[in-house]
Design a protein around this ligand. Structure first.
Ligand SMILES: Cc1cc2nc3c(=O)[nH]c(=O)nc-3n(C[C@H](O)[C@H](O)[C@H](O)COP(=O)(O)OP(=O)(O)OC[C@H]3O[C@@H](n4cnc5c(N)ncnc54)[C@H](O)[C@@H]3O)c2cc1C
Length: 400
């Protein structure tokens, strides 16, 4: 019996990895909801921060870039750094990519993965099916990794929820629910600033609370980028060039530096085009820290330490924690105990070798799950260009 390779995830990384594996002639089964993070867990009306040339899902053959989709769909070509890509167009691009290159996608969840003797891995699907895979690629992306700081927990003892006092930004697609309401958005990254601008445009009264060393800042427009520094999808800078085009060296950096860079490089910073939609429409409160969020009379109370060292309470109808995502193997319940105990990890993230393989032969991680080994580029769609061909080549050489 020839066992297939299982790919868990149908976002940009899962689709790109699967397309590369199929092109190498490997039998592949791919699981997940296509582009679900983009379709359901980002706000309606969102625009990508990444420029069109950095928004391609890497494919093994030409003709599958964003601009190819625009031509095929007969929509305006998105090519220059000044062309803005809407999440709506990006989702349709992902669907088009999937239909062409990963047509047999299975829209079911993987409930568990564990070792199966020397044969490979045993997977259980939520359809009830059990099957054996020769290798597994985990591309489960943002799912389940939403981060809400511990200090916020008292406001959501049963977990954050859009209908309670506190939610996570990933829980919102339609921000018109806040029309006429007072909203606090905690965070200073693109997700916080864009959520705030969209909610204000939908009729909410919005305040952004930026913590600690985070300041509300916006990027430099393409025509003002420094010309004597090398161009990258994230702006012109030597440091970004190294991190974008030489991610294989990243694994050799000391662990502390790797974890720091993957968190801090490329953010928090609003996109250049967001500034005019934000300034004057959204209030900003920069504070030393958010100490705690509690609830009084059903509404959230945000206790902050001010920059002047005082304590203050901020109130609103609802708080959105735009506090990002954190890779944590413990938050991936489908990984069986047999695997978890054998996986080499560093601060909760898998330690990967060449070709994105983990310490368990045949088990691969890609996308942001590979960030602490391959750097911040793995947090973005353009990282598929580096990751997918290498992962597929490594896997095919050992399990082909
Ligand atoms: C608000 C916001 C804005 C962003 N803007 C940009 C941008 O402008 N440019 C950019 O490059 N990046 C951006 N990003 C980052 C971007 O989301 C990621 O780079 C990209 O989506 C990662 O793709 P992925 O395939 O790894 O994961 P995801 O897109 O999160 O896909 C995960 C997939 O895994 C599947 N899955 C999860 N668990 C299971 C399971 N147990 N069984 C089966 N399937 C499962 C899901 O169904 C889904 O198909 C943004 C992120 C956020 C939150």
């Amino acid at each position: 019996m020839i066992h297939p390779v299982a790919v868990i995830g149908a976002g940009p990384y899962g689709l790109s990895s699967a397309a590369h594996l199929r092109a190498r002639g490997l039998p592949v089964r791919v699981f997940g909801e296509p582009m679900v993070s983009w379709r359901s867990h980002m706000p309606e009306g969102m625009i990508l921060k990444s420029v069109p040339s950095a928004s391609n899902i890497d494919a093994p053959q030409r003709g599958h870039d964003l601009v190819d989709y625009c031509d095929a769909a007969g929509v305006r070509r998105l090519v220059t750094d000044e062309d803005l890509v809407s999440a709506e167009v990006f989702v349709r691009y992902g669907d088009w990519f999937q239909q062409r290159l990963v047509p047999a996608l299975e829209r079911v969840r993987v409930v568990s993965v564990d070792r199966r003797g020397t044969e490979g891995f045993e997977l259980k699907l939520d359809s009830g099916e059990l099957f054996t895979a020769r290798a597994v690629v985990v591309a489960s992306g943002l799912s389940g990794l939403e981060h809400v700081p511990r200090e916020f927990a008292a406001a959501a003892p049963d977990g954050p929820s859009p209908t309670g006092p506190l939610s996570h930004s990933a829980q919102h697609h339609d921000l018109s629910r806040f029309s006429g309401k007072e909203l606090i958005v905690v965070g200073a990254g693109q997700s916080a600033l864009e959520t705030a601008a969209l909610a204000a445009e939908a009729g909410a009264s919005v305040r952004v609370v930026a913590r600690g060393r985070d300041r509300v800042r916006f990027g430099v427009p393409p025509w003002e980028q420094p010309r004597l520094r090398p161009a990258t999808p994230f702006g012109n800078a030597w440091s970004l060039y190294a991190l974008t085009y030489y991610p294989h060296r990243y694994r050799q950096l000391p662990p502390g530096l790797r974890h720091y860079l993957v968190k801090r490089v490329l953010g928090p910073l609003g996109a250049w085009w967001l500034r005019e939609r934000f300034e004057g429409k959204v209030a900003v409160r920069e504070v030393a820290a958010v100490r705690r969020i509690t609830v009084a009379g059903g509404a959230p109370v945000v206790q902050v330490g001010t920059l002047g060292g005082r304590r203050e309470e901020l109130t609103a109808d609802h708080v959105v924690a735009a506090t990002g995502y954190r890779v944590d193997l413990a938050a991936m319940p489908f990984l069986g105990d047999g695997l978890r105990t054998r996986l080499a990890a560093s601060r909760g993230t898998p330690r990967l070798g060449p070709g994105y393989v983990s310490s368990v032969p045949g088990l691969y991680f890609t996308g942001m799950l590979g960030g602490s080994s391959y750097g911040p580029v793995m947090r973005f769609v353009c990282g598929t260009e580096f990751a997918s061909p290498r992962l597929a080549a490594h896997l095919a050489a050992r399990h082909g």
